[in-house]
Design a protein around this ligand. Sequence first.
Ligand SMILES: Cc1cc2nc3c(=O)[nH]c(=O)nc-3n(C[C@H](O)[C@H](O)[C@H](O)COP(=O)(O)O)c2cc1C
Length: 335
Amino acid sequence: MVIELTAQYMGLTLKSPIVVSSNPLCDSVEQIQRMEAAGAGAVVLPSLFEEQLTIKDMDLDYYLEHHPDALPDQLRFAPDMKRHNRGADGYFAHLYRTRNETDIPIIASLNGATDGGWVRYAQMLEGVGASALELNIYHLPARFTESGAHIEQTYLRLLRDVKLRVSIPVAVKLSPYFSSLPHMVSQLADAGADAVVLFNRFYQPDIDLETETVLPNLQLSNSAELRLRLRWVAILHGHIPIDMAVTGGVHSGGDVIKSLLAGANAAMMASALLKHGPDHIATVLREAETWMTTNGYKTVPELIGRLSQQHAPDSTAFERANYIQALNSYEQESS
Ligand SMILES: Cc1cc2nc3c(=O)[nH]c(=O)nc-3n(C[C@H](O)[C@H](O)[C@H](O)COP(=O)(O)O)c2cc1C
C-alpha cells in the first residue's frame, strides 16, 4: 500500500506532518538540510526575542555596557542571545540563506509577552522570505495586580498587531495555563490566528543547595508530556476554524500518529532530535508509515481528529469523568 504523507498546516503544503520546532539545530543551515532530507515537512527557526529587539531598537548596547543600572531589570538581565539565534541582524541573514538553500517552508519565530514597537520585525521577517510566523507568547504572570482577563487582552492585541503587518500565516504558540483554554483559543481564532501551537514547556528553575543559588534548568522532554497536548487538541478539534500543531513530547512514530488522531494538523519535534540527531525524523516517519499500513490508512487527512472528543467512541474520555475513572482504575502494586 502506498502511503501519502502530505499534510496541510495553516495553508502550507508540507511533505510530511513532522515540523521541526524551534531549537538550536535550526540555527544551522546544514542541520536544516539534513532534517529536510530526513523528511521534515517544515522548520521553525529559533526565536527572536522581544528583549533583544527592544535593546536593538533603543540602541541600548552602550547602556548595557556602561550604565546597566539605568535600565529596567527586564533589559538589564536580558541574556545575550547571539549563541541561540545569531542576534537580530544575524537572524535575518540566516533566514535568507536557509530560505534559499532549502525547499521546505521556513517558519520564523518571534517570542515576546507585551505589545510594542518590536512587533514591526514581523514585517521584515516576511520580507526576507519567511513562509509563516510563529508568535510565541511566553508570559509568566507573576504580578499580583494583573488579572487573567488583562493578560488575555494583551495576547489578542499582540496578535492583531502582528496580523496587521504581515500577509503570511501566523501561528500562536501558547502555554496550557489558561482558566479556559477553549475560550482563549477561540478568541485568538477570531483575532486572526491561522493556527495554535500547543504547548510551550515552562522550564522551572531549580535551587542549587551547594551554592544556594537559583539555576536555570532545561531538561529535554519525554513522550509522557504528550498527553496534556492530546487532551486539549482532542477537545478543541472541530470547534475552532484554525489549524493546530502539537509541540511537547513527540518522540516516536506512535506519538505523531496520536497527535493526528487527537486532531492536530502537524506534530512538532525538538527534544527527540536533540537526543538522537536530525536523521531521527526518517525513523519516526517509517514508524508512522508502518502503523498506517497495518491499520489501513493511506493519507494523513484520514487520521486527523479520528479520536478527537467529537469522534471518540467515549466523548467523556477527555473530561472530568476520565479523571474519576483514572483514580478508580489505579491498582496498588502488591508488595
Ligand atoms: C534547547 C532548546 C531551545 C529552544 N528554543 C526555543 C525557541 O527559541 N523558541 C521557541 O518557541 N521554542 C523553543 N524551544 C521549545 C521547542 O520548540 C519545543 O516547543 C519544546 O521543546 C517542546 O517540544 P519537545 O518536547 O519536542 O522538545 C526550545 C527547546 C529546546 C530544548
